[in-house]
Design a protein around this ligand. Structure first.
Ligand SMILES: [Zn+2]
Length: 112
């Protein structure tokens, strides 16, 4: 995962939203981030803080809402939160289908 280019995309989305709403300042950008998206949160925040300088998002806070990995068993239909990347059902050994954890998108942008 390339955090710097990801931060650039996030910033662009935020600036586009601000432009559409004729807002001068962006106060917050919320990101939905699945535990399986493979993004290094610290690297992402750092890149975002560097890139936002001298833009209308200069004072914007990057809020990261992490989504846990959950899966459903194909055999018995039970739902589980997945730990240690074990994709087999702890109850019946069936194969699990991922339900959440891959999210990676801008949830909302707060403008002033
Ligand atoms: Zn099962």
């Amino acid at each position: 995962m390339h955090e710097a280019s990801l931060a650039e995309s996030i910033l662009k989305i935020a600036l586009d939203v601000a432009a559409e709403n004729h807002a001068e300042k962006i106060s917050a950008v919320a990101l939905k981030l699945g535990e399986m998206s493979g993004v290094e949160v610290e690297a992402l925040s750092f890149s975002f803080d560097v890139l936002k300088k001298n833009t209308s998002a200069e004072n914007a806070v990057l809020k990261i809402n992490r989504v846990p990995i959950t899966a459903t068993c194909n055999k018995c239909g039970k739902n589980f939160s997945v730990r240690k990347y074990n994709f087999f059902c702890p109850e019946c050994d069936g194969v699990l289908t991922l339900k959440s954890g891959r999210e990676l998108f801008v949830e909302y942008v707060d403008c002033d």
